[in-house]
Design a protein around this ligand. Structure first.
Ligand SMILES: NC(=O)c1ccc[n+]([C@@H]2O[C@H](COP(=O)([O-])OP(=O)(O)OC[C@H]3O[C@@H](n4cnc5c(N)ncnc54)[C@H](OP(=O)(O)O)[C@@H]3O)[C@@H](O)[C@H]2O)c1
Length: 311
């Protein structure tokens, strides 16, 4: 097992990286590591206040960091389009797009366009963002990457195409698992379409952080008002979880390690893949199902009213 750490991130001078959900947890730690290695990072955050506070915190640790904060609410496709269009107008290149932001096991809510929020934010918002930014990734000289952050919980996921938004039956963990399976179906379908289109300088890679102590585990119980689940989540984070910085290593590895091929899945190599150094691993069989992936792609285009054109 290779002991790949943040010190192995290569020089990223001249590279531009977008991290969604950059103000917290894994996105925050990844942003710090990217910019410490010389990249310019656009921190795509749903709250400009939280984004600016996170940027100030990174700047106090890394004074030379090159960062900017931009508003991106993945629960609103208008915000997604605005962010992508402004980014494309302001920046001539995009080297790495980290689709990292997410919510987990929250009570049923809907996004601006009426999607169940976990499916809408974790998958559909990122699908629309990726489609809009793809021309820039494709046209940026050199190798570029799109990394989709999933979860070990994708293994529990089933694509319930007859009730994608949990209108008939909603279980907050099933909805999360479905959204994380969708992240990987998208990552691998994009890889297949890149190959079919003869595009070999854009890679699509999946990653998962194992179990890392972040805000992710506390948002759900905070929203449901479940004090028992909140307590258990905080205890679990304190006892079993690895740090957010270690949880960011698979995302970093997937984003910059030259040996990672398009279509790979990266995660921690230690105990039950919950912690440890990052490496290439295998997702569930369902995540590699090309039929489900093609169907999800079509449904995602339809729901988001987006054509994801590769050529
Ligand atoms: N931590 C783990 O153990 C673990 C395990 C498996 C997978 N993951 C995955 O890792 C990724 C990062 O999660 P994390 O653990 O770092 O959690 P986190 O600390 O809660 O960070 C999540 C980020 O997503 C942002 N976000 C939520 N809703 C958004 C929206 N509508 N639009 C834009 N941004 C939004 C959050 O913004 P606010 O701060 O404004 O809420 C925050 O910046 C997620 O995709 C998660 O599924 C984490």
């Amino acid at each position: 097992m290779s002991e790949w750490t943040v010190d192995d991130v290569p020089d990223l001078s001249g590279k531009t990286v977008i991290v969604t959900g950059a103000n917290s947890g894994i996105g925050f730690e990844a942003t710090k590591a990217f910019t410490e290695s010389g990249a310019h990072v656009v921190m795509a955050c749903r709250s400009l206040d939280r984004g600016n506070a996170a940027m100030a915190e990174i700047r106090s640790d890394v004074p030379a960091s090159s960062l900017s904060v931009a508003k991106l609410d993945l629960a609103d496709l208008d915000s997604v389009h605005r962010f992508a269009d402004e980014f494309a107008a302001d920046y001539g290149s995009l080297h790495v797009l980290c689709n990292n932001a997410g919510v987990m096991a929250i009570p049923r809510r809907e996004t601006q366009q009426g999607f169940e929020t976990q499916f809408g934010v974790n998958h559909l918002g990122h699908f629309a963002l990726s489609a809009r930014l793809f021309p820039l990734l494709r046209d940026t000289p050199g190798e570029t990457r799109l990394v989709s952050v999933s979860s070990g919980l994708h293994e529990r996921g089933r694509m319930n195409f007859d009730d994608l938004h949990g209108e008939r039956r909603y279980d907050e963990w099933d909805a999360y698992a479905q959204s994380k399976l969708a992240n990987l179906l998208f990552a691998f379908e994009l890889d297949r379409r890149l190959t079919a289109s003869g595009i070999d300088d854009v890679s699509s890679v999946g990653a998962h952080p194992g179990y890392a102590a972040t805000n992710l585990q506390v948002r759900g119980p905070e929203e449901t008002g479940s004090t028992v689940r909140l307590l258990l989540s905080k205890l679990g984070n304190a006892i079993f979880a690895q740090s957010a910085a270690n949880g960011a290593l698979p995302l970093l590895y997937a984003s910059v390690e030259s040996e990672v091929e398009s279509g790979s899945y990266v995660g921690p190599q230690g105990l039950f893949e919950m912690r440890g150094y990052p490496g290439v691993t295998e997702p569930s069989e369902r995540a590699r199902d090309p039929k489900a992936a093609a169907r999800l792609w079509d449904v995602s285009e339809e729901l988001t009213d987006t054509r994801f054109r590769l050529a």
